[in-house]
Design a protein around this ligand. Structure first.
Ligand code: SF4
Ligand code: SF4
Length: 444
């Protein structure tokens, strides 16, 4: 590791400048006092030891592009691409530098250039996210192919006898593909209506998690009902747009945000519940995303205030009554977008500690990113694997039977880590473990 001052930016040509409505704020950038407190918390700096793979280095590059000292060339953008957008640097920063929004704005301002000037890999990524993730029918078709792969036995072969024959990189990528053997969760309308309900909440179904992790939604609905909530799912809701924002496609993110605001407003609920930390963080920031749209700014602000992570919300309700025993050792991987973006760390721990019989065994760095970061594990496979290996070493020290987390992307990544290391552990959302305690209590 090095603690050197930021490398002097190297002037490049044939790059682009920041343009459009989302250019990073100079005032935000000037808050950085170059102290370097963020460096040891940054997974890409820890993995590479390079200043330009650190928050301070990337902020320096963004400042240099902003004031025209350099253009954003492919080399500069590679440094942006290697950022996980985990926002651990925000938690560490004594100067409250809003790194997450600076990086999102920088990406949006690159993508606001005319298409022929946008970096080719960014254009392809934005196209795929816009035309697959944001389109339910297309996404479902792709996932149906994945389901065929899982159910046909090909995936079992690839993870068993054929694994040794696959090139290492392909085997690693394969272990990141989820097992799609369960029936997807696509229910809408009223999902639970307990007679003693004292609140009415709406659930975000999300683009991927109901398809990949249906049990997470089923558990969420049962736990919310146990905590006295009527649960509905507005049928016209869409993908939250988080990955589009992270990829710099602010226009698609804004279009999705408007559709979700309209969908959830009509549900008339006390809170909008999200069980995926990345989606929740993005939805809590719809107010900023739509701040310049006079027709939507007020509605977005009201919407953002009503968004709650499921664990944040459940922890405020009477959830701990009639719980049965869960005799397991559990470790908790804080999802970056819960711990750093939403600053929620205590609620999942309070819930786990309330479960009889459960032993919570903390990692040394539970809030260090696992290397998932949306599509990062595919587009930055080597660095992601390096970060995951460090995470799995930390997990191994806890001897946990269950690795808990709060985000589907982390679940996928940690499952890949379990496969690669041959560890005997399950990966589950905290809400699924609480649901197990609720079911055990009901059987007594
Ligand atoms: S967001 Fe994460 S990976 Fe990116 S600079 Fe900050 S700490 Fe490092
Ligand atoms: S901790 Fe904050 S102020 Fe210090 S170098 Fe990092 S971003 Fe800048």
């Amino acid at each position: 590791m090095t603690s050197a001052a930021p490398d002097a930016p190297v002037p490049h040509t044939h790059g682009v400048q920041f343009v459009g409505p989302d250019v990073p704020s100079l005032a935000d950038l000037q808050n950085c006092i170059h102290c370097g407190f963020c460096l040891p918390t940054c997974p890409t700096y820890v993995a590479t030891g390079q200043e330009l793979e650190s928050p301070r280095g990337r902020l320096h590059l963004i400042s240099a592009v902003l004031d025209g000292r350099i253009e954003a060339t492919e080399r500069t953008l590679d440094h942006f691409d290697r950022c996980l957008q985990c926002r651990a640097c925000e938690t560490a920063c004594p100067s409250s530098v809003p790194y997450g929004r600076i990086m999102e704005d920088a990406r949006a301002s690159i993508m606001a250039n005319v298409p022929s000037q946008q970096p080719a890999s960014w254009r392809v990524r934005a196209f795929a996210l816009r035309h697959v993730l944001a389109r339910k029918q297309v996404l479902r078709f792709v996932l149906d192919l994945g389901r065929l792969y899982s159910r046909s036995g090909l995936q079992t072969l690839a993870r068993g006898p054929l694994r040794r024959l696959l090139p290492a990189k392909l085997a690693r990528m394969e272990s990141s593909i989820p097992r799609l053997t369960q029936t997807p969760f696509r229910d809408t309308g009223t999902l639970a209506s307990p007679p003693e309900a004292t609140a009415r909440v709406a659930l975000l179904l999300g683009c991927m998690h109901g398809e990949m992790f249906p049990r997470m939604h089923e558990a969420t609905v049962r736990v919310l009902a146990h905590a006295g909530c009527e649960v509905v799912a507005p049928p016209t809701q869409v993908c939250c747009g988080a990955l589009h924002s992270h990829a710099g496609d602010a226009e698609t993110a804004r279009a999705l945000a408007r559709r979700n605001i309209a969908a959830f407003e009509s549900a008339g609920v006390d809170a909008i519940i999200v069980n995926a930390a990345g989606c929740g963080a993005a939805m809590k920031e719809y107010d900023r995303l739509l701040r310049n749209d006079p027709n939507w700014a007020g509605r977005a602000e009201r919407f953002s205030h009503s968004v709650k992570d499921v664990l944040e919300y459940v922890a405020t309700r009477d959830f701990a009554h009639d719980l049965g025993e869960v005799d397991e050792t559990v470790t908790l991987q804080d999802a970056c977008h819960l711990a750093h973006a939403q600053q929620i760390r205590e609620a999942p721990r309070a819930i786990l500690r309330a479960i009889p019989g459960l032993r919570l065994q903390e990692m040394r760095t539970p809030d260090r990113c696992c290397g998932s970061a949306g599509i990062y594990s595919f587009v930055q496979a080597d660095l992601s694997a390096q970060i995951l290996d460090a995470k799995m070493e930390d997990v191994a020290r806890t001897d946990a039977d269950i690795i808990c987390t709060e985000n589907p992307g982390c679940t996928l990544q940690l499952q890949a880590g379990v496969i690669r290391t041959g560890m005997d552990a399950e990966v589950r959302h905290v809400i699924e473990v609480l649901d197990q305690a609720v079911s055990a209590g009901a059987k007594r």
